[in-house]
Every structure is written in structure tokens, then in C-alpha cells.
Ligand binder design. Sequence first.
Ligand SMILES: Cc1cc2nc3c(=O)[nH]c(=O)nc-3n(C[C@H](O)[C@H](O)[C@H](O)COP(=O)(O)OP(=O)(O)OC[C@H]3O[C@@H](n4cnc5c(N)ncnc54)[C@H](O)[C@@H]3O)c2cc1C
Length: 361
Amino acid sequence: MIAVAMLRALRPRPFIISSSSPSSPLTSVSRYISTLVLAEHEGGLVKQSSLSAVAAAGTISEGNSISMLLAGSGPSLQQAASHAASCHPSISQVLVADTDKLAHPLAEPWAKLVHLVQQQGSYSHIIAASSSFGKNILPRAAALLDVSPVTDVIEISGPQLFIRPIYAGNALCTVRYMGAEPCMMTIRSTSFPVPLNSSDSKSNGAPISQVDLSTFSEDGIGKSRYLKHTSQDTERPDLGNARVVVTGGRGLKSAENFKLIEKLAEKLGAAVGATRAAVDAGFVPNELQVGQTGKIVAPELYVAFGVSGAIQHLAGMRDSKVIVAVNKDVDAPIFQVSDYGLVADLFEVIPQLLEKLSEKK
Ligand SMILES: Cc1cc2nc3c(=O)[nH]c(=O)nc-3n(C[C@H](O)[C@H](O)[C@H](O)COP(=O)(O)OP(=O)(O)OC[C@H]3O[C@@H](n4cnc5c(N)ncnc54)[C@H](O)[C@@H]3O)c2cc1C
């Protein structure tokens, strides 16, 4: 085991721990690499996080044959399939499972679908993004296929060699997968960025095939039931992919005050984030939580107001390109990872920012 410390002046980076000797030979690699990407879609488009999973699949090995699996029913599925066929040059095939049983992305039927598609296609790898969708489905599918998944991969060093964070992102672990095929993993989409609107100009696109669902059994599917889909604000950028994120912590003190964060985010065209303390206090819903048990983000600009910088919060945002923190406590740990820090009262700073940004318009 080796441990290497990589330290930077203001933004301490994690330790790297290797769980196996890097010089040891790779365990037997499958006859050829073929990867199934589990894709999430909405409004007829494949989600950006699933495109990151394709980008990750592309780094497994040269010549990897990548199939993208979409499920659902109706016209929006067909639209998403067309999008999938032309959205990334690495996709060689789009598989579509069109059935009412998969109209909503429930984990149990999806896991069964993955099991079925694996039996039909014998993929060497199965990948999904570390979104709620991927984290919900992949472990269930792995259990059905009797393999152990590798989660939260941030770097792929070879077909069976992966790097993932441990201890809330304070150390990086090199994992060698030595189990049976398929090798299943979730990847952090922030580590495999795909430019927005990266649709490929290929004229024909990848072929689209229907999955043979004749043996798709209904056993055990009814364990969960779809109730409804609620979405906070469709106008705002998605927290996981936004270029700018404005986050509020417990320092905001109330849901009413948290609206200051929302106003500022609106002016900056940013997504809104929150700490777990802010979520637990009921200021905002938990889908906005950033951190170890929330979303992992890595925007170009992350602005934190009234956030102390607990290790579990840093785990979700420390890879942001530029971090700005406003906190009235000079010793707040958030300043240790910030590129710019302002020791000030957020209730004075935000109104001033709002005023200045209005003047600029
Ligand atoms: C297993 C586990 C998982 C967790 N997962 C997460 C996670 O995913 N995400 C997460 O965020 N947390 C997570 N936590 C909680 C985490 O440990 C912290 O409790 C939380 O991040 C603190 O949130 P906060 O910074 O908003 O609150 P606090 O720590 O209370 O900090 C509030 C900050 O606001 C500042 N402040 C107060 N008033 C003002 C003002 N007027 N102007 C400027 N600054 C002001 C204070 O100086 C203080 O630094 C987890 C904890 C555990 C145990």
C-alpha cells in the first residue's frame, strides 16, 4: 500500500491510497470490451449525467463498443432515443425498452431490465451516473447479476482499474475489479464532463434497436409504486450541471431569508444549493443539498453564504473551479478551501450584490 500526499496552498487535495500494487499485472481482461450505459432521459432528451457516463465508458479502452439503454414508453422515449443516437460519437448502438411497465424509472423493473439486457448482450461493463437514478438501479441490478459494483468512480485507469474517493473525499482509493463480468460501476459525472449541447454532427447516428421484452417477467416488480413527479423550478439550471452554484447554509436562519439566495441565483443564472443543516431546518427541499449525502457538484463558480465548511459539505463541492465564501466567522473551515473569502455579514453582502447586479442590467 502506498500513500502520497498532494498538498496545495489554499485548496488541500486528498491523499491517494492505492489498495493494490500498481505494478502488478492486470487480471484477465475480457475478450473484448463492450459497455452498456444506463441512460436517464427527460422531455425527450438524454440527461447530461448519462452523457458523462458515455464519456467515462469511452475511457475504459480504445474500441470499446458502447450501447446506451433507454426505457420508458410513448413519444418522449422515441424522441430521447433519437437524441441518444446522435448525442455522442462514441455510442455504437441505442437499445430501447418501450413498455408501460417501465413508463417511470422505478428501480425494481429497471434492475430486471438490466439483468435481461445483460443476458442478451453479455457486456463486459455496465455504467450509470452516480445520480439518484443510477444509485437506485445499479446496486439492485448488480445483486441480480451476482456481482459487486464499484461506486463513485472519478477516474478510469484501465478496464478493471478505477479511482474513487473514500473518507468523504479526503483520500482517493485505487480499486482493481477482480470479480466476474459484468464489471458494474457508477461514475461521478463531474469527473467526466461533456460540453453542453455536444450533439454529434454524424449524419446517420447510431442504430436504434428495440429490446426483446418477451421474457421480461413481472415478478417482484410491484414492490414500489409511482405516485407523482414534482420538480422545483424548471427555469433554473440543474444543480448537478450548472456553471454557477449559489449555496446557502444555516447562517441564512430561515426559509424566508433563504429567498435572498434564490434571488441572487436568479440574477447570476445559477443553480441554488444548500447545506444539510439548511435542508434539515426546512429552509429548502433536500434535492438542493450539496455534499456527501447530497449532490456532488463541480461548477466553474461556487459561492457559499453562511456555510461553515463541514467535511461532509466539502465532499460535494471541493472540486469546484473557483470557490467564494462569505462568512462572518474568520475561522470558518470553508475559508481553507476558498479561492476568495469575505469575512462579513451575509445580510449586508447579498443586498449589496443584488443592487449592484441590478445596476449592471
Ligand atoms: C453522515 C453525515 C452526512 C452529512 N452529509 C452532509 C451533506 O451532504 N451536506 C452538508 O452540507 N452537510 C452534511 N452533513 C452535516 C455537516 O456535518 C454539517 O452539520 C453541515 O454541513 C453544516 O451546515 P452549515 O454550514 O449550513 O451550518 P453551520 O455549521 O451551523 O454553519 C453556519 C455558518 O454560518 C455562519 N453564519 C451565521 N450567520 C451568518 C451571517 N449573518 N453572515 C455570514 N455568516 C454567518 C456561521 O459563522 C457558520 O460558519 C452530514 C453530516 C453527517 C454526520
